[in-house]
Design a binder for this molecule. Structure first.
Ligand code: F6P
Length: 346
């Protein structure tokens, strides 16, 4: 193993730089050259590479985003990616990515004439199968918690219903954990179609207990019973890729016709993706980066670093490729949420 490449695919997530730094330092320690591939898979196709060394990655684990750049619009072909790996003369490539990027890594691997592939799961949505933790999720939940903290104060003072729209396209982990950490009263998840009437019941029931404000956390992918996910039309049209957005305002409109309380909405959007990573994401990123390089040094391929039971291990990439992890409705987390009175609109 002489030359390893690393790319950060899909959307950014806080903690990516911790992976890049750890992988670069681990490779340097083993006398292996590290090549940064710019802007995800686009860099492989466009041969956009940069040399990474310990000086270049010094202390970058504290910064959000990715020093390599990200791209979640570019749609390429696995054969072209494999060609890019060959052109760069890589013996191994580390793909740090979510569901889409890890699926592409699994498709690219058999097409490569030489070189190994190791995946590292990242996504604020935490919807990658085969692991209990993905880079960026903890930082995103912290952002939701901070927002709830502030919104509860003002909602309480003005006796308002406050809706916080959070990310989570197909899975409601951010909404569920954010609601628990932030003390929300209602959480709407993609996994549980909600009935507006049930949300109204939760508000009215709180009022009967003289709790004159309600905080609702709604995942962007939450769907009203019999309805469809709400698309951000402009972004969907400009990118050609379905982009969600607007559940908060849509729900507010539905509620306004049914209750007298003032209903306000805040969309946290990309505030959840940026900012300094939490200690958990820094440590996880560091463990993942070091483990990915070690896997390549050990001659492994088509595996993914995975956080299971408090430690990092390698799992087959196929456990994540083409799969989706969702909130388990009978999990201890859901039971805790229901026990403290969080309503899900069901
Ligand atoms: O997959 C991560 C994610 O943050 C989703 O939660 C969200 O739907 C999407 O990316 C947003 O992407 P963009 O930054 O392109 O709007």
């Amino acid at each position: 193993m002489q030359r390893i490449g690393i790319l950060t695919g899909g959307g950014d997530a806080s903690g990516l730089n911790a992976v890049v730094r750890a992988a670069t330092l681990a490779a340097a320690g083993a006398g292996v050259e590290m090549v940064g591939i710019r802007n995800g898979y686009r860099g492989l196709v466009e041969s956009d590479f940069q040399r990474l060394d310990p000086a270049r990655v010094a202390r970058i684990h504290r910064r959000g985003g990715s020093i390599l750049g990200c791209d979640n619009i570019f749609r390429g072909d696995a054969a072209d990616f494999a060609d890019g790996v060959r052109r760069a003369g890589l013996d191994g490539v580390i793909v740090v990515g979510g569901n889409g990027s890890l699926t592409q890594a699994a498709e690219m691997a058999p097409l490569m004439r030489r070189g190994a592939v190791v995946g590292v799961p990242k996504t604020i949505d935490r919807d990658v199968a085969g692991t209990e933790a993905t880079i960026g999720f903890d930082t995103a939940v912290e952002a939701v918690e901070n927002a709830c903290e502030r919104l509860i104060d003002t909602a309480e003072s003005h006796r308002r219903v406050m809706i916080v729209e959070v990310m989570g396209r197909d899975s409601g982990f951010i909404a569920l954990h954010g609601a628990l950490a932030g003390g929300a009263d209602v959480a709407l998840l993609p996994e549980i179609p909600y009935r507006v009437r049930r949300v109204v019941d939760a508000i009215v029931e709180r009022e009967s207990r003289e709790l004159t404000h309600t905080l609702i956390v709604a995942a962007e992918g939450a769907v009203a019973e019999g309805g469809k996910p709400i698309l951000d039309r402009r972004r969907t049209e400009t990118t050609g890729i379905a982009r969600l957005g607007g559940i908060g305002e849509a729900l507010a409109e539905q509620l306004r016709g049914l209750i007298d309380d003032e209903v306000r909405t805040v969309n946290l959007a990309h505030l959840q993706r940026g900012g300094p990573p939490t200690p958990f994401d820094r440590v996880l990123g560091t463990q993942y980066g070091a483990a990915a390089v070690q896997a390549l040094l050990d001659g492994r391929s088509e595996v993914m670093t995975s956080y299971i039971g408090g430690g990092v291990e390698l799992r087959p990439l196929s456990e994540a490729a083409g799969k989706l992890r969702q909130v388990e409705l009978d999990s201890s987390m859901m039971r805790a949420a229901r026990a403290v009175g969080i309503r899900f609109g069901d």
